[in-house]
Design a protein around this ligand. Sequence first.
Ligand code: S3P
Length: 169
Amino acid sequence: MESRLRVALIGFMGSGKSLIGKELAEILNYLHVDLDKVIVEMEGLQISEIFEKHGEEYFRNLETKALMKVAKEKKVVVSCGGGIVEKEKNREILKENFFVVYLKVPFSMCYERIKGDLSRPKAQATREELFNLFKRREPFYESTAHYVFEEYRLKPDKAATLLSTVILS
Ligand code: S3P
């Protein structure tokens, strides 16, 4: 059985992983870890710079390293990057070590939040390309998650409150 002492939020860019994760950690009195921030600290470079300098595969390997580090913590909520499910190894680490929550949000809502965001290298793609990425990742999000949270109309604090009851149930 997956441990609820470690919670991982997964979902597409703009699904609210960082905001909800922060609120959720506060309610549960867990540590909040933003995986992208861990990577930025590890490398001393912004995400966009890592993509530019070293490419996506290098970034995905950093994600694995960072995730393995967080998997040793207890009482932690980790907000993962949207592409964490791309690698099978990451999906395995998630499933085995975390209670994985998929924040399922319609594409149009994610798109409105991320379009033109220069800090997100993947968000520079066209709407159609992003939609294809969303569709391709969806089955991975679904199969990696222990729980699918679809209350995307709720504000982050309300979503986190509801989610905390699920985690503590
Ligand atoms: C990515 C999502 C980003 C970040 C990186 C790559 C992706 O995280 O990890 O830019 O491939 O979807 P957010 O989902 O927090 O934007």
